[in-house]
Design a protein around this ligand. Sequence first.
Ligand SMILES: N[C@@H](CCC(=O)N[C@@H](CS)C(=O)NCC(=O)O)C(=O)O
Length: 208
Amino acid sequence: MADVTLYTNPMSRGRMARWMLEEIGAPYERVVVPYGEGGTAAAQYRALNPMGKVPAIRHGDAVVTETAAICAYLADAFPAAGLAPEPAHRAAYYRWLFFAAGCLEPAVTMHALQVEISAERSRMVGFGTYARTLDALEAAVSAGPYIAGDRFTAADVYVGAQVTWGLAFGSIEPRAAFTAYSERMAAREAYRRATALDDADAKEMTAE
Ligand SMILES: N[C@@H](CCC(=O)N[C@@H](CS)C(=O)NCC(=O)O)C(=O)O
């Protein structure tokens, strides 16, 4: 039996967690959780994640939800994969991982929902404005090949997946730096493997 179980849906942020698991390279079991009754809304799943959201992972007795936390947790739990910097060198790693969860994600979601933040209200909003968030992201992904230094880390899984999805769905402006970063991330073997596995799951679900 695999040590890690991934609860996911192929049409979800669970794709990010799967990419992370493919980067780690340890065996894992994936459980497809349909949306709604019998799936994310079922009491059994809510016991795992009271938010009723995927993804979630179980690793021994540990349960982790929130995709950014899953990426960070797995990087720490499987140090041989080398996906987290040494603790003393985590400033940029933490910074951009939390930025992506706390600023980029809501900024892009609100933009996709056509909720724009006025300059006046932007002071109360953690990400300020969509434009300011994208400018900060652009500077970060232009600074080097990876978001947190000269090495690929779990922060690249989370940021890279968001940028790649945002470009694909048109919710992130196709600036040259985003496209170049996304292409670098999507060229990774683990990304390709994870995408093929999730595409196969999605096909199976739609055929049911
Ligand atoms: N903050 C969560 C968000 C997860 C999330 O929104 N998952 C969506 C799919 S992408 C979901 O499970 N939706 C089902 C529902 O809300 O019923 C994370 O980062 O993991």
